[in-house]
Design a protein around this ligand. Structure first.
Ligand code: ATP
Ligand code: MG
Length: 290
């Protein structure tokens, strides 16, 4: 059993089949720097008053990888991710993108670095359709300066054809779509603009079983295209199903990062609830969680 406190080099991810959203990610990241994470957060700390919400945490994500970020309520998961999405600047620590240090002081810096966030609220405009949401604030215009609706619909059909071929409701206001379809629109918007890294904070929390499966399928697709995904979830089954590695936080600290294949669900639960890595937990402690 290996518990990494700090990232270690690992074999390259399988080369992704390609796709517009991943086009600027994969060749260099996979071929050139096989061991280079897309994003590396080093020794990040964030305090609110006297509370250390995030305390010296280091995590990373590689191309084509889902890293599950788990921990109890208030463990610091969202705060850590907010320091990557530019919503809240870290007090200390370093963020590296493709091995180079960057400053992420606001959401624009994060987007420019290829980091997109899918918020639980999805931040969609309910009264307009999927293409209009995809291009909201970045509309395609015709030669005479009017909105080029057909170009935007075509582009939306193209990206959706990759992500969720079952999606057909391109002309309905998104308020009429199901929760899973709305997730598809939010994700399509992120990947259309060349996200390399997606942060998903509780993407399935508000969804029923069928829609949860739809979102899991979307995540598998994004992974196969070479994106790196930080998946924050209370649903241990989401994490076990989708993640390659699991990083566990407890009271602001990183308990450890484990390869999914090295641990049992009970051991991950032990890390979450008792705040200790599996090699420090004994059988009785793990059994006491049942
Ligand atoms: N804006 C804020 N101001 C003050 N304290 C905050 C703020 N945001 C978070 N905190 C505190 O920081 C700690 C970490 O909170 P955070 O929301 O990051 O946890 P979390 O792991 O995402 O929890 P949950 O699973 O409930 O979403 C908590 O003690 C929380 O109360
Ligand atoms: Mg949270």
């Amino acid at each position: 059993m290996s518990v990494q406190q700090q990232p270690e080099p690992r074999p390259p991810a399988a080369p992704p089949p390609g796709g517009a959203g991943a086009a600027n990610v994969t060749p260099a990241a996979v071929a050139g720097g096989a061991t280079a994470p897309l994003v590396e957060m080093r020794h990040i700390s964030v305090a609110f008053g006297g509370v250390k919400a995030v305390d010296n945490v280091s995590i990373d994500v590689r191309p084509g990888e889902v890293v599950g970020l788990v921990g109890g309520n208030g463990a610091g998961k969202s705060t850590l991710m907010r320091s990557l999405s530019g919503a809240h600047k870290a007090d200390s620590g370093e963020i590296l993108i493709d091995g180079k240090p960057v400053t992420i002081a606001n959401p624009r810096d994060a987007k420019n670095a290829g980091i997109e966030t899918i918020y639980q609220t999805l931040a969609l405009a309910d009264n307009i359709n999927a293409p209009a949401n995809l291009f909201l604030g970045r509309e395609i215009l015709t030669g005479v300066g009017t909105l080029d609706d057909s170009a935007m619909e075509d582009a939306t059909r193209k990206v959706m054809g990759r992500l969720n071929p079952n999606f057909k409701r391109f002309r309905s206001p998104v308020r009429n779509l199901s929760g899973g379809q709305r997730q598809s629109v939010a994700i399509a918007r992120a990947v259309h603009f060349n996200a390399k890294v997606l942060i998903m904070d509780e993407p399935t929390a508000a969804l029923g079983p069928a829609e949860t499966e739809q979102v899991r399928e979307l995540i598998r697709q994004l992974k196969s295209e070479g994106l790196g995904i930080f998946l924050v979830s209370h649903d241990i089954h989401d994490v076990i199903d989708l993640a390659e590695r699991i990083s566990v936080m407890y009271h602001g600290r990183l308990v450890g990062t484990v390869d999914k294949t090295d641990v049992t669900i009970d051991e991950v639960l032990g890390m979450i609830i008792l705040g200790q890595p599996p090699d420090k937990l004994n059988r009785e402690q793990i059994q006491s969680l049942r």
